[in-house]
Design a protein around this ligand. Sequence first.
Ligand code: ZN
Length: 473
Amino acid sequence: MTKKFYVTTAIPYVNASPHIGQALEFVQADVIARYHRLLGDDTRFLTGTDENAHKNYLVAKEQNIPVEDFVEKHTNEFLGLLERLQISNDDFIRTTDQRRHWPGVYEFWQKAIENGDIYKKKYEGLYCVGCEAFVTGKDLKEGLCPVHQKPPEKVSEENYFFRLSKYQKELEELISTDELRVIPESRKNEVLSFIRSGLEDLSISRDRKRVPWGIPVPDDSSQTIYVWYDALTNYISALGYGSEDESLFDKYWPANVHVIGKDIVRFHAVYWPAFLLSAGLPLPKQILVHGFFTVEGQKMSKTIGNVLNPIEIIDEYGTEALRYYLLKRGALFTDGDFSVKRFEEIYNADLANGLGNLVSRVAKLCEKSKLKFVLSEPRSCIKENEKLDAYKFNEALEEIWKKIAKLDKFIDEKKPWELKSAKLRDVLSFPIEEIRKIGVLLEPFLPETAKKIQKRFAGPEIRSAEPLFPRIK
Ligand SMILES: [Zn+2]
């Protein structure tokens, strides 16, 4: 029986152009999706944009642009990036989509009401607009939000609350037993200690006078649904949850893995599963948490002006080179660093020399030999990959590059340029078959390059062509 596999990225809010960290997340999720398609799993890959964020509204107002136009413009930039990165998502959900997204949010809210988990309460607290969350004294550093370096606002209003406290024991049990697996372990421990410190009920609506952009609370248009309650629901609304046709939802939910950044672990590993439990829905199986990118050793920030636009890197070096760097250096469980010098070093060493050189070397030898080769099916090499199952993208790549190094050594030792016909065919057949397999193994990581290699080494005759990765001088 075919297995189903459902993978998602977080949906970024669109108050600015995409940056390198989002490119990293798209590429990671794309590798996971492509790998599962390669295994023959019935795979669905979702991404999208969080257009209802209050931050979008605030920046649009600041720039004097109608919010609708503002989010449209940035969402189009994200769509452009997905295309340039060759991301193979099956679907793209926008949270302003009243036909596709809103019915799922309403249904989700309704289920929590029926379960007695939503109530109204007067509330006074400190609110960080950047985080779109209420914060307490222990979240602050010298009175400022440590993420946004701004003091929180004092907010006093009547909101709807979600009975998060009710789910504390259950969540602790589910996460500590890996029933809901948070990867890596360090993030899991962080979540567990947050849960064990005591869960308080969560405000899940805002006064619509203060937050007029977003989805109104059903039957109470004086309130806007808290953007996280709305945004998280994209993972099921995109599958038709709450609509007339729930067949995709029935087929693909629960998600096998949500790929997210380290700044939103609490929302995905605590709030989201609690909302799902309340609605009586199954929980995602895994939450994969990646680190951030620094640029030339520095934290990316608008003030420093070092926010890296992935499109510029693609224009300069190509999609596959960026994908390779992100997967190799975006060390999953820590932070990665983007440095132009390192980027060019890795490009020349691994892509121009390692892979590119092997492919043109063997192709030239084949062309010169004028031999025809009877080749076996390279897709027989597809099997479950332990490294990819553990999301160790860089280690999975290292294994392929070890094969490349071995083949280079093989050719150096066998000296095919000194051999004639029958013996030459024997010696060349091995690297040809191996390169054909590499062409398959690279599919999840470097889909364009994989295609080129497969085409060039399709046989029976093999000819050389332009280099896969021209050297950077
Ligand atoms: Zn903040």
